[in-house]
Design a protein around this ligand. Structure first.
Ligand code: GAR
Length: 191
């Protein structure tokens, strides 16, 4: 079985898409653990509802301590891939050295990436700039925000009457399909 660990900071709809894909046999994998830096993340409730163990990071503010803490927590699991699914903290060097990590980001990177560019902020910036297209990117995680090698991108047309909210809904729908597709490629050793 292919073993995933999912990191999430917020609502967890991306986590839910992975849970649902596994339940619907669209993904031959299991989620060993859901990790969050936010004790109030709804993602944790989603994990619990599916009987997936959860872990809340203690060292939320200290980058080095957080890296060591996560390294220790993960050392008791056999992890094939770590998926950042709406996780907003920087990943440290110990994790990056040991694991393969991927992130899904709601823009066509390298546009609208980097520190502070997450979730609705991205869509608001895309609308303000009157971009004709936005989309979603899955990329490998390195030690810079949203800057690792790109694995896959999906374009979404921005319509004249789109708001940040309507664009977010379209991008999130496309990004979930893309992420499950990418995960399947990892599982089939095509990546
Ligand atoms: C997703 O759109 C994800 O791409 C984005 O946050 C959303 C999480 O939604 N991640 C980033 O912006 C990371 N830079 P969710 O909590 O409902 O899964």
């Amino acid at each position: 079985m292919y073993n995933l660990v999912v990191f999430a900071s917020g609502n967890g709809s991306t986590l839910q898409a992975i849970i649902d894909a596994i339940a619907n046999k669209k993904l031959e994998a299991q989620i060993l653990l859901v990790i969050s830096d936010n004790p109030n993340a709804y993602a944790l409730e989603r994990a619990k509802a599916s009987n997936i163990p959860t872990y809340i990071i203690q060292n939320r503010k200290d980058f080095t301590k957080r890296d060591i803490e996560l390294f220790d927590v993960l050392s008791s699991y056999s992890v094939d891939l770590i998926v950042l699914a709406g996780y907003l903290k920087m990943i440290g060097p110990k994790l990056i050295e040991k694991y393969t990590l991927i992130n899904t980001h709601p823009s066509l990177l390298p546009k609208y990436g980097g520190k502070g560019m997450h979730g609705m902020h991205v869509h608001e910036a895309v609308i303000a700039a009157k971009e004709p297209y936005s989309g979603a990117t899955v990329h490998f995680v390195n030690q810079e925000y949203d800057a690792g090698d790109i694995i896959s991108q999906t374009k979404v047309k921005v319509l004249n009457n789109d708001t940040a909210e309507t664009l977010s809904a379209k991008v999130q729908a496309a990004e979930k399909i893309q992420l499950i597709d990418v995960l399947n490629k990892f599982i089939q050793h095509k990546l």
